[in-house]
Design a protein around this ligand. Structure first.
Ligand code: AOF
Ligand code: ZN
Length: 339
C-alpha cells in the first residue's frame, strides 16, 4: 500500500476534479505483476491502468489500491467490473469511496466472489487527496481564507491604498497557494475598489495558460462596469449575483471545484466566517502600522471577548525579504477551532 500511495502521488498529474489514485497488482507469490496510477480526469483509473499493463497475469492476482474501486460508468469505468473480468482474486484498498456517483465497488466485488479488505493506511490515503476527500465528505469545496494585513490588522490605508502591504516574497507565496486551488473568490466591492486580475502568475510574471488557471468567482449584488481586469480573457470568470456563501459553494460543488481560495474583502470574509464556512485561514502579516484604515474582516457580530472566534495555529513561516528595502513578512496558517 505504501508503494500504491507513492504511485498516487506521482508528480505531474494535473490538478483537476479527480482524486490521485495508485494501484499495485501482486501475483500469488507476492511479487509485483504491474503498477498503475491515475493521470487526471478522462484518463483510465489506476486499476485499469495496472490491469492493462498486467494483461493475462492479472488472473488470480491481488489488487492493492489507494481508493475503493469505483462502481459507475462516468468518464471511464467501472473498475469493479474490470477487476472481476480480469480474474483478480483479492482487492485491498485504503480509503472508502463515498462519492455518490462512484459508491459501491466493494459490494460488487464481494458479490462476485472477490476477497475484499478496506481501511489499510486510510489516513495516509485521505491526506493524498485532502480537498477531494473533504468535498466528497461535506458535499462542498474546502475553503481557505487568505488575508494580507499590517500588524494592526489593516488591509488598506484610510485612503484605500493597499499597494504594497505585503512584501514581494509574500505576494509570490500567495500566487503559489492560488495555483493549488481550483477557484478564487472576491466580492463585487473588491472588484470595484481594487480591480484585481485574480490570476496565477509566477516569479517572472508569466501567467499560467487560461485553461489551467483557477476559476475566478465574483459574488455580490453591485453592478460591475465593463473593462474590469477580472473579466479579461486570462482565465474563466463566473459572476454570482448573491450574497449567500452557501449558494456560492453549492454552485462551485456542481462545477467540481474542491478548493476555494477566498480573497476577500471584509464583507465576503465576514459572510463566510459567520456561516462557519471557513476551513483554513492563511494570514500574511507585514510589520507595518497604520493606526487607521480598512479592516481585513467586517462585523462578525461578536460583542465580547468570550465570544471571540478562536483559531488553532498549524504553521508559522517567516518570509525573508530578498532586498534591503523590503520587509520580512510572517505567514500564519490556522484552522478555526471546533467547539
Ligand atoms: C479517478 N481515478 O484511479 C479512481 C477513481 O469521472 P470518472 O469516471 O473518471 O470517475 C471519477 C470518480 O471515480 C472519482 O471521483 C472516484 O470516486 C472514482 N475513482 N477516480 O479519477 C481513479 N479509482
Ligand atoms: Zn474506477
Amino acid at each position: 500500500m505504501a508503494r500504491a500511495l507513492e504511485l498516487a502521488r506521482t508528480p505531474g498529474v494535473p490538478l483537476g476534479p479527480n482524486p490521485r489514485v495508485g494501484c499495485v497488482l501482486l501475483g500469488p507469490d507476492g511479487t509485483t505483476v504491474a503498477e498503475g496510477h491515475h493521470r487526471g480526469a478522462g484518463t483510465p483509473h489506476a486499476e485499469v491502468d495496472a490491469l492493462a499493463r498486467a494483461g493475462r497475469h492479472a488472473r488470480g492476482a491481488t489488487a492493492v489500491v489507494t481508493l475503493e474501486p469505483c462502481n459507475h460508468t462516468g468518464r471511464t469505468g467501472p473498475c469493479s467490473r474490470a477487476l472481476i473480468e480480469a480474474g483478480v482474486a483479492r482487492v485491498v484498498y485504503a480509503q472508502s469511496d463515498a462519492n455518490p456517483v462512484a459508491v459501491g465497488g466493494a459490494g460488487t466485488l464481494r458479490a462476485a466472489g472477490v476477497d475484499v479488505e478496506g481501511g489499510l493506511m486510510v489516513e495516509a490515503a485521505r491526506a493524498v487527496n485532502r480537498t477531494w476527500t473533504f468535498a466528497v465528505d461535506h458535499q462542498r469545496p474546502y475553503v481557505s481564507w487568505k488575508l494580507a494585513t499590517t500588524l494592526d490588522g489593516r488591509s488598506a490605508a484610510a485612503d484605500g491604498s493597499s499597494r504594497w502591504v505585503s512584501s514581494r516574497a509574500a505576494r509570490l507565496d500567495t500566487h503559489r497557494l492560488r495555483g493549488l486551488c481550483d477557484a478564487i473568490l472576491v466580492g463585487t466591492g473588491t472588484v470595484l475598489e481594487d480591480d484585481p486580475q485574480l490570476t496565477v502568475r509566477d516569479e517572472l510574471d508569466a501567467p499560467l495558460p487560461p485553461e489551467r488557471q483557477p476559476l475566478r468567482v465574483v459574488m455580490g449584488l453591485r453592478e460591475l462596469p465593463a473593462g474590469r481586469r477580472v473579466l479579461d480573457a486570462a482565465a474563466e470568470t463566473v459572476v454570482l449575483r448573491t450574497r449567500d456563501p452557501h449558494e456560492v459553494l453549492a454552485h462551485l460543488h456542481r462545477r467540481d471545484r474542491q478548493h476555494l481560495f477566498l480573497e476577500g474583502g471584509p464583507t465576503v470574509a465576514a459572510a463566510f466566517l459567520r456561516a462557519g464556512l471557513v476551513d483554513e485561514v492563511v494570514a500574511y502579516v507585514a510589520p507595518l502600522l497604520l493606526g487607521a484604515g480598512h479592516p481585513a474582516v467586517g462585523d462578525l457580530g461578536i460583542g465580547s471577548i468570550t465570544a471571540a472566534l478562536h483559531l488553532e495555529v498549524t504553521d508559522v513561516a517567516v518570509l525573508e525579504s530578498s532586498s534591503p528595502d523590503e520587509d520580512t513578512n510572517v505567514r500564519l496558517t490556522m484552522t478555526p477551532r471546533k467547539e
